[in-house]
Design a binder for this molecule. Structure first.
Ligand code: FAD
Length: 338
């Protein structure tokens, strides 16, 4: 008998607990695309303590069914608790494909589930190709994003995949559908979950992942010089910004790769993005478009970065940086800013 191609998606809820994150809407769009191609259905899994009703948004994105897992031990993410809640359900329902985001949650949960199920996981997938629906091909960037690796599953088990957020697009279904919701109480016991969530601590802006930073100070080739980079770092410290950068700066070994922003680097969405000495190539701009405010400094008034900026300053950083640092220090000393 042909196996039902049920596609599961783990949407993530924003910090305020009210909205499904944009990344998750991208996951739902991808799941719907796969379901349409293979004749399957999409089930969303919502885990929490007192979960809200997300049926409207799930329905708009093509979800047919929502499994709502409710348990006090699911209040905060714990890979152990999530896996304990999901495992029996995966074993009984045997979904064909299970999509998660390649996020803090997906990166921890997917391999744990794979180990428990005795199967594999394809991580950081960029594209799913379905010309042969019985054997989908998964493409993931490798070798510093220079090449794509084509991977297939050879298993009858659930295919576990984490999707790279930067390759996901959000597009609601043509028609909103009704979601069948099922509440599941996994009855987790505190003894069986060995890790405990104690608190969320504010991130250290200097070491924080650029994707989590509220302020990003990015140094391009025009700013990552021996003369200017120390000033960029001082400025970032003063305004509590995480350092970001462009590909040629990383290739030149000045700033580490995990700080590279762009289509093949990290995609950021801070409140404030300061682009220093960055030309504004589409490869870079593709990773900053969700920033709330972009301010750019470049000595070339025709630099493309100005087309993507809310505020553009055409000036030499050798003049701007010392004055800006001095001005911020003075304002801090006077108590004008904290
Ligand atoms: C397949 C592929 C993928 C790529 N992926 C990425 C990616 O993910 N992220 C990424 O960033 N790039 C990526 N790139 C590279 C990208 O195309 C650009 O080459 C790169 O973004 C340019 O970096 P930049 O702006 O730092 O340097 P440049 O283009 O060299 O620009 C430097 C700028 O600094 C200005 N400047 C110089 N000195 C000063 C000064 N003293 N004061 C003020 N301004 C000054 C100049 O006017 C210039 O505009 C990729 C390229 C390819 C081919």
């Amino acid at each position: 008998m042909a196996r039902t191609r049920n596609i599961w998606v783990l949407p993530e809820i924003n910090g305020n607990g009210e909205e499904i994150s944009k990344l998750s809407l991208g996951l739902l769009t991808e799941a719907r695309y796969v379901a349409e191609k293979v004749g399957g259905t999409v089930t969303a899994l919502v885990l929490g303590d007192q979960t809200q009703d997300y049926s409207d948004v799930l329905g708009r994105h093509g979800v047919a069914k929502a499994d709502i897992f409710q348990d006090p031990l699911l209040q905060n993410f714990s890979a152990e608790a999530y896996a304990a809640a999901l495992l029996p359900r995966i074993q009984s329902e045997k979904p064909w494909l299970f999509l998660m985001g390649h996020t803090t949650i997906g990166r921890e949960l997917a391999p744990r589930l794979a180990a428990l199920l005795g199967t594999g996981v394809i991580s950081k997938c960029a594209k799913i190709e379905l010309s042969e629906p019985e054997s989908p091909k998964f493409y993931r960037p490798v070798y510093g994003d220079q090449l794509f690796q084509e991977v297939i599953f050879q298993t009858d088990n659930t295919m576990l995949v984490t999707m790279d957020p930067q390759f996901l697009n959000v597009s609601p279904a043509a028609r909103a559908g009704k979601v069948r919701a099922l509440t599941i109480e996994p009855n987790l016991t505190a003894e069986s979950i060995k890790t405990r969530h104690l608190d969320y601590l504010p991130a250290d802006f200097q070491t924080v992942d650029v994707t989590d930073a509220d302020t990003v100070v990015s140094a391009g080739m025009g700013a990552a010089t021996d003369e200017l980079l120390p000033m960029v770092e001082e400025l970032a410290g003063l305004i509590e910004g995480a350092i970001g950068t462009t590909r040629p700066v990383v290739d030149g070994g000045k700033i580490s790769r995990e700080r590279m922003i762009g289509q093949t680097g990290r995609v950021v969405s801070p409140e404030f993005y300061l682009a220093l000495g960055i030309s504004g190539a589409t490869h870079h701009v593709g990773g900053i478009q969700d920033s709330r405010k972009i301010v750019a400094v470049n000595r070339d008034p025709r630099a493309p970065i100005f087309q993507s900026s809310d505020v553009g300053i055409s000036a030499d950083l050798k003049d701007v940086l010392p004055k800006l640092i001095e001005r911020i220090k003075r304002a801090k000393n006077n108590g004008e800013i904290l």
